[in-house]
Design a protein around this ligand. Structure first.
Ligand code: SF4
Ligand code: SF4
Length: 357
């Protein structure tokens, strides 16, 4: 996902991507994760090209079915065949139902996608079947119990142990012998540059270790984690990450305690207790209340203007607090009793002051 872009054409820089893939393989990185929509469809062919000169047995290649896009088994077949062609391979080591939620899982069940994918597996074309996941733990549990999965991919980092599948999901997968691939180990970069005061416990223990290295080692130290995904866009990142895992040094007790203290300090900076449950939605004006609160909380917790700006600009205008007319409807529905209209207004003021409109 982090392949470099050409600055002039704003398309993927295939030559640099190939160099990075080559360096990764040389340094022992053997697992490549892609998906249909990455870089608007350009990622799969670019990765295929970058891997074309290497022995197929040397790497694991995983891509995903865009569940939101397929509406029939014929479309699933066409998609799988096209992905194999885009990647220039005869088989995939892993094939995941992409970004499952309750809604997309229901659709996959209704279409009976898994028996079809099993046929590909029986032929050795899709060697391991799994899913990547973005919903509540209960949904993860249901999906986990509904099929003999070969693998699954969840979001996990030391700030998100109880978010989505979280540590409970990891434990469930482990109890079933399902290997877990972790995405977002550094929380989209938020744990890679911590405020000084927050990171003190880590820097006191080891002043030369990067903030990202603590996040990666925390994830890799969790029992049941088989693969830690990290998007790498430069030679330096590949060298740092591959060194960290060659071999991995799991966190010892003292280090684990320092990470926990860092997480506690980060949580203390949260502005309100919005859990993202979405009970307050839909807002008649279209304001995306939980998203606004998440961006506001993250701004305060991680103090990272680049990530805040990106998230804030990612909102549509009508999703922003300026569209709230203080009707109060949402307030009565919030189990956390958050004074939503007032806090939305405050969040809007602070975000605009910090990163613009
Ligand atoms: S108070 Fe504002 S955010 Fe809440 S429902 Fe009314 S318009 Fe939407
Ligand atoms: S109902 Fe309350 S806690 Fe839930 S998303 Fe809305 S504001 Fe957040």
């Amino acid at each position: 996902m982090r392949f470099p872009m050409d600055r002039v054409s704003h398309t993927l820089d295939g030559e640099r991507a190939s160099q990075l893939v080559g360096l990764g393989l040389k340094r022992g990185i053997a697992y490549f994760d892609t998906a249909w929509p990455y870089h608007n469809g350009a990622n799969e062919p670019c990765l295929g090209e970058a891997l074309a000169d290497y022995d197929r047995e040397r790497f694991c290649l995983v891509t995903k079915l865009p569940c939101w896009k397929v509406d029939s088994l014929d479309q699933v077949r066409e998609t799988v065949e096209l992905q194999l062609r885009r990647l220039g391979v005869e088989y995939l080591d892993g094939y995941l139902l992409h970004s499952l939620t309750q809604k997309t899982w229901e659709k996959m069940k209704q279409l009976e996608v898994l028996p079809l994918l099993q046929e590909y597996k029986d032929k050795g074309i899709l060697r391991h079947l799994g899913f990547s996941f973005h919903d509540r733990y209960e949904v993860f549990e249901e999906i986990s119990n509904s099929w003999e999965w070969d693998m699954c991919q969840i979001q996990l980092n030391y700030m998100d142990g109880d978010y989505q599948a979280g540590l409970r999901g990891l434990e469930l997968a482990r109890s079933k012998g399902v290997p877990v691939v972790v995405m977002e180990p550094v929380k989209g970069g938020a744990l890679a540059r911590l405020p000084d005061e927050v990171a003190k416990p880590l820097r006191t223990l080891n002043p030369s270790a990067s903030d990202a290295s603590w996040a990666l080692r925390w994830v890799a130290s969790q029992p049941g984690v088989r693969v830690v995904l990290s998007g790498m866009a430069s030679q330096e990142e590949i060298e740092e990450n591959s060194t960290l895992f060659s071999p991995l040094r799991p966190l010892n007790e003292e280090e684990q305690a320092a990470v926990e203290e860092t997480a506690r300090r980060l949580r203390q900076r949260i502005r309100n207790g919005c859990t993202g449950c979405r009970y307050c939605l839909p807002c008649p004006q279209g304001v995306d209340i939980p998203k606004v609160f998440r961006i506001w909380n993250n701004m305060s917790v991680y103090d990272n203007d680049r990530l805040t700006r990106r998230a804030w600009r990612g909102l549509d205008q009508e999703e922003k607090p300026s569209h709230c007319v203080s009707c109060g409807r949402c307030q009565t529905l919030c189990p956390q009793h958050i004074p939503i209209p007032e806090q939305l207004a405050q969040a809007g003021r602070e975000l605009e002051r910090r990163v613009g409109t």
